[in-house]
Design a protein around this ligand. Sequence first.
Ligand SMILES: Cc1ncc(C[n+]2csc(CCOP(=O)(O)OP(=O)(O)O)c2C)c(N)n1
Ligand SMILES: [Mg+2]
Length: 399
Amino acid sequence: MFSVTLRSLGRQVHQQNKSLAPLFTYSKNGLNTEASFDTKPFKLHKLEEGPSTSVTLSRQDALKYYKDMQMIRRMETAAGNLYKEKIIRGFCHLYSGQEACCVGMRASMRSYDAVITAYRAHGWTYMMGVDPAGVLSELTGRSTGCQRGKGGSMHMYIKNFYGGNGIVGAQQPLGAGVALALKYQGTDGVCLTLYGDGAANQGQLYEAMNIAQLWKLPVIFICENNGYGMGTSVDRASASTNYYTRGDYVPGIWVDGMDVLAVREATRFAIDHCATGKGPMVMEVVTYRYSGHSMSDPGTSYRSRDEIQEVRQTRDPITGFRERLLSTSLATAEELKDIDQEVRQVIEDAVKRAKADKEIGLEELTADISCNPIDTRVRGVTAFDTLTHRRLGPAVNNH
Ligand SMILES: Cc1ncc(C[n+]2csc(CCOP(=O)(O)OP(=O)(O)O)c2C)c(N)n1
Ligand SMILES: [Mg+2]
């Protein structure tokens, strides 16, 4: 009886609001195990067909995406606080606002696909398998950090994740190189190569696209368009802000980067394209960063507080997703509150560890610089003062 009522309610809602499709598949507790949604239309460049805008979401996946997005949001808030307390030093670029991008992409990746991104890398590091304590301890320079505290904010790695790159535009040719390696090894693996709208104007992107198209490399060039490169808006920096078309001869797709499901579908489509030998693809995900460019930028001199507030209220990736889950009975408010509580606890524990754990000793400073060192002497403070290079463990991504 209850499920029949729900079903007809689902139909009514669907008729009133095209973003909600009929509900189906009920579990005992009256919650749905699956629901369908419509995404915003994708814009296509040099493509006859795009991904379907009608997407299905299982309850299990819904809870996972929600938790991952919340984990990244809270981890970044914690990183911001640790920075203000001067426990994190140096660079620190936060990803808050952009969570649906990495969570949606990761949902469509296969275990052997690779990722490379710029310096806004904490969320990706978590999504590729480092727990929040590994990320936060890396930020505070502790030996329990994912790079034993020697990489910091911009240089985190794990299997199939090639970092964390601080030079704007540097990672795009590297991503094409990773794609070449995947192809050379005979896998159908794809390299997701992310860059910002600011990096979209770097010449080396176009050199990388050229060779990727010629050699049909399995690389998705993904422009995370968050509206700004440092304090410069996209309109001031780019002669064309249609980043999905800027590969010219490379097919492109525009995606709402605040909708985790749209990102997931577009990524699945792009992976299929690249993995079947059709060559590269460009994907523009339109998103927003709430924080300043880095912790040293308050982020309010080149945009208004109202603008930030409006995005928070109308386009926030987590709030929007939460509403979808509740309105289609994929989850209850109580359940989501429990997840929030669990996430808060994980981050609190991670912060404690990031403050308490030890730093590496001086003898490790010159360890693990090269994978196969030819010369084991490393220059010290002066050219005459040499230190010894040592390998402490296997290199990440040394195939
Ligand atoms: C080659 C190079 N030029 C300039 C910089 C300084 N810089 C760091 S980030 C940045 C803006 C990049 O913006 P975008 O690509 O949109 O990435 P977002 O910060 O928005 O994620 C600039 C100019 C740099 N790191 N490297
Ligand atoms: Mg940007």
